[in-house]
Structure formats: structure tokens, C-alpha cells
Design a binder for this molecule. Structure first.
Ligand code: NAP
Length: 284
């Protein structure tokens, strides 16, 4: 890679950022596309975020990704927000258009594309149960509603958070029915009908941990389970789903698909198909 004064610079702001897999997959895509560009990880703490976003303009970066804990705070620092990102209440991508910073959230399209590519699932008309009610859940909720799911349940450890999420998002989507639950051992009994798709949007499973609840009982025979968590090993949730004969996928497909959407926003072209996914194949 030959860096010059003309090289386009993009990157990621996070705290921590060392663990991020985005530099690996974005630089692989930049290389295969033959672009004169580079993707750099920047360690930015919450108190530095305002200065760091201003530096995107000052240093003419083409844009950045945002990861934990900046996705919500950055919404207040950009000049414009994409409509979908407003509903999601968070951005994971900033594009610098001649000093005007526009915020996008590509997690939702990343999820939908991963569901299609990894599970062959088109969610229109489907019943979907989301576990969790944090930022990742909200992005998933908006994207799934826009893709016209017929029913969405949200089961969260703190039930009020699920309720608040539905109150914020449901007025924009009259075609979808919503329900909220406490994430408990009786979930399969209170959930009215088995679902087509279960999605884990919590970090449970990241450290080999498990829900310890029969959440798989909520999924119908022939249904699918998607886990946003990505680890070198499979998660307990996906192992249980496989044992029931359900289709499964982990979060790597979503990670690469949200990255592909960000790449398209910065460079105006799609990266070579699956180059980002392949770059993630051997995570440590
Ligand atoms: P967040 O805003 O902190 O939300 C965390 C959610 O997990 C909350 O609903 C919380 O419940 C729940 N939770 C935490 N510990 C739990 C436990 N032990 N048992 C049951 N529920 C628990 O986090 P986030 O930003 O939404 O991210 C969640 C996960 O999604 C992370 O692992 C992140 O890496 C992953 N993610 C993956 C991708 C991808 O591309 N694959 C993209 C985005 C996010 P309470 O409300 O009760 O606290």
C-alpha cells in the first residue's frame, strides 16, 4: 500500500477499538477494488468524540464508522441524519461531503442482507422474535419493520426497555403487530405462536455464556436462529438451535454486510462480492 497526499482516508472511532475487525475487512476490500484509500482505527474516548468528529472536516477524512460507545452520541454531532438513522436513534457511519457530515446506520441493511445471504430468509410477512432491547435491537427493529415483517416480539431482561422501544418505533409502522415480553423461562408459553425467526441482539454468548432459558422453544419447526454475536467458536444458542434442526447464522455475515454498505456510501461503488466476509473467516 503506497500512501500519498491523494490517498483517501476513512476509519473507525471506538473505545476500545483494538478489537475491531473492521480495519481487516475494509482494507481487504479497498485493496481488491484497487482504490487509493486506507481505513484506520482511531481510539476515541467519549470526552474526545466532539473534537474527533470536528477533525473529520479539518483533516478531510472521507468518513468514519462508529462503534461502542459512540453510535448514539455522534447523532448530535453531524450536520444531517439519514431518515432511517433518525428512527434508529444511532449512527454507525459518517460520510463527509465537502465538510458537511451526514450520519447513516448500516446495521439494519447489514442484518437484512445477512439474513438473505446466510439463511436465505426474506423477512416480509414473517413473525420475528428479538432478544434484547438495546441499540442493536432498535436498528434491527426498524429494518425489519421497513422490510414488512408481519409480527415482531421483543423479549428483554428489563421488560420496560422493550416497551419503550416499541413505543418509539411502532407509530411509524402500521403494517406490523408488536408485542413485548420479559426474557424469562415462561417466554415460550406467553409468546402467542412459534416464530419463523429468532434473533439474539444481546451480547449473551460472547464469552461462552448462555441465556439458561428455553428460548429455542419459541421457534417453529423449520424456522431459523440468527445470533448477532460473533466469536471464534459457535455460541450456546446456535448449538441448541442446530440440535433442533433449525437453520443458524452468527453475526459475522451482518458485520461484513454493514461494512459493505458503509464502503458503498464512501466510495460510491460496491466492494467485490464476499471479499469482506472472507477477510473475517479466520477470526482469533
Ligand atoms: P446494548 O445497547 O448495551 O444492549 C444490550 C442488551 O442486552 C440489553 O437489552 C440488555 O438487557 C441485554 N443483556 C445484557 N446482558 C444480558 C444478560 N446477561 N441476559 C439477558 N440480557 C442481557 O448493546 P448493543 O449495542 O445493543 O449490542 C448488543 C450486541 O450486539 C453486542 O454483542 C454487539 O457486539 C452486537 N452487535 C453485532 C453487530 C454485528 O454486525 N454482528 C452489530 C451491532 C451489534 P437490559 O436492558 O435488561 O440491560
Amino acid at each position: 500500500m503506497q500512501l500519498t497526499g491523494k490517498t483517501t482516508v476513512v476509519g473507525i472511532f471506538g473505545d476500545p477499538v483494538e478489537h475491531s475487525l473492521s480495519p481487516r475487512m475494509q482494507n481487504a476490500a479497498i485493496k481488491s477494488s484497487g482504490l487509493d484509500a486506507v481505513y484506520v482505527p482511531f481510539h476515541v474516548t467519549p470526552t474526545q468524540l466532539c473534537d474527533a468528529v470536528a477533525a473529520i472536516r479539518a483533516m478531510s477524512l472521507r468518513g468514519v464508522n462508529l462503534t461502542i460507545p459512540h453510535k448514539e452520541a455522534a447523532c448530535h454531532l453531524v450536520d444531517e441524519m439519514d431518515k432511517q438513522a433518525v428512527l434508529m436513534g444511532a449512527i454507525n457511519t459518517i460520510v463527509n461531503e465537502n465538510g458537511c457530515l451526514k450520519g447513516y446506520n448500516t446495521d439494519g441493511i447489514g442484518l437484512l442482507n445477512a439474513l438473505k445471504q446466510e439463511l436465505g430468509v426474506d423477512v416480509a410477512g414473517k413473525r420475528v422474535l428479538l432478544l434484547g432491547a438495546g441499540g442493536a435491537c432498535r436498528a434491527a427493529l426498524v429494518a425489519l419493520c421497513q422490510a414488512q415483517v408481519s409480527w415482531i416480539g421483543i423479549a428483554n431482561r428489563t421488560r420496560e426497555r422493550a416497551q419503550q422501544l416499541i413505543e418509539k418505533v411502532s407509530p411509524s409502522f402500521s403494517g406490523t403487530a408488536f408485542a413485548e415480553y420479559e426474557l424469562s423461562s415462561s417466554l415460550a408459553n406467553v409468546c402467542p405462536k412459534p416464530v419463523d425467526l429468532l434473533i439474539n441482539t444481546t451480547a449473551v454468548g460472547l464469552k461462552g455464556d448462555a441465556f439458561g432459558l428455553p428460548v429455542i422453544d419459541c421457534v417453529k419447526t423449520g424456522g431459523a436462529v440468527f445470533d448477532m454475536v460473533y466469536t471464534a467458536e459457535s455460541t450456546v444458542l446456535l448449538d441448541e438451535a442446530r440440535m433442533r434442526g433449525l437453520e443458524v447464522a452468527d453475526g459475522l455475515g451482518m458485520l461484513s454486510a454493514q461494512g459493505e454498505a458503509a464502503f458503498q456510501l464512501w466510495f460510491g461503488c460496491a466492494p467485490e462480492a464476499s471479499v469482506m466476509r472472507r477477510a473475517l473467516d479466520k477470526i482469533d
